[in-house]
Design a protein around this ligand. Structure first.
Ligand code: HEC
Ligand code: HEC
Ligand code: HEC
Ligand code: HEC
Length: 156
């Protein structure tokens, strides 16, 4: 092989070797897929306890059920049953100890996020009924007319 091919080839080979050496030195020996295979992907075994101690912020609505049945029950028989409470009220963390109250966001943007009419006819998003935020009762809070915990339009 002529030297104008060989020289760059050597450079590439040396770079690859340097990367392999660096990987050997830097990556901790307990980094890998561990005994459960790819279920949890690559991770460091000695780091598992850190993640076990990690505070879960979102509790799902089962957690709200007993203290807020007046919200839980209507929403479960409405079209909003597929939305978690914390999607609108933020993470519960240790509520009601900390924080004692969750956010009550009455802004139009809370709802427009999902209900602004978008023209993507073949997507799942298009199945959510949409309004034109500029036209649909502009300036008024959505919850003046729609109950967020029972939004179904039957009977209008
Ligand atoms: C152990 C009982 C308990 C649980 C569990 C609980 N809450 Fe509460 N929540 C309370 C109490 C008590 C208050 C304060 C009530 C007050 O001051 O009017 C409150 C207040 C709130 C408020 C503010 C109400 C307001 O008028 O400002 C929201 C929103 C709320 N909770 C949502 C939730 C959601 C969502 C969940 C589930 C993720 C949840 N809560 C779980 C007891 C609970
Ligand atoms: C689609 C968004 C959305 C979802 C989902 C939702 N909420 Fe609300 N929630 C609101 C809005 C908006 C208000 C304020 C309504 C108003 O008074 O104008 C509110 C008010 C509240 C309040 C306090 C005010 C009141 O009326 O007593 C509580 C407590 C509450 N929600 C709990 C819950 C719980 C528990 C769930 C789940 C079972 C839930 N919410 C699901 C949007 C939502
Ligand atoms: C995370 C997305 C999401 C948010 C946020 C949200 N919605 Fe919905 N909403 C839905 C889905 C999904 C449905 C059920 C599909 C449908 O029929 O449109 C629905 C249904 C509705 C319906 C019933 C339409 C019908 O067919 O009867 C109304 C009205 C409504 N939402 C109003 C609101 C209001 C008001 C807010 C704000 C307080 C809000 N939504 C926030 C996703 C959302
Ligand atoms: C002044 C009362 C009022 C306010 C405020 C209001 N709406 Fe409505 N909304 C209605 C009425 C009445 C209907 C049913 C008739 C219609 O389709 O216009 C409706 C219909 C809807 C529908 C169903 C549309 C369909 O195709 O069936 C959605 C979704 C909706 N509103 C979301 C919202 C959102 C999101 C907001 C806030 C950004 C909001 N509304 C503010 C009164 C209101």
């Amino acid at each position: 092989m002529s030297s104008h091919v060989l020289r760059p080839l050597w450079v590439v080979i040396i770079i690859v070797i340097l990367i392999l050496v660096a990987r050997f030195v830097i990556v901790p020996p307990d980094f890998g897929i561990q005994e459960r295979g790819f279920m949890y992907g690559y991770h460091r075994k000695s780091n598992e306890d850190d993640w076990k101690a990690f505070k879960v912020k979102y509790k799902t609505r089962k957690y709200c059920k007993d203290c807020h049945p007046d919200k839980y029950e209507p929403i479960m028989s409405s079209k909003h049953r597929i939305i978690q409470c914390e999607n609108c009220h933020g993470p519960a963390v240790d509520h009601p100890e900390d924080p004692p109250k969750l956010v009550v966001d009455k802004s139009r943007s809370l709802c427009i996020r999902c209900h602004a009419r978008l023209l993507y006819p073949r997507t799942e998003r298009a199945k959510i009924k949409g309004i034109d935020p500029e036209e649909h009762n502009a300036g008024m809070e959505c919850s003046m007319c729609h109950n967020p915990h029972k939004p179904d339009m039957e009977g209008w």
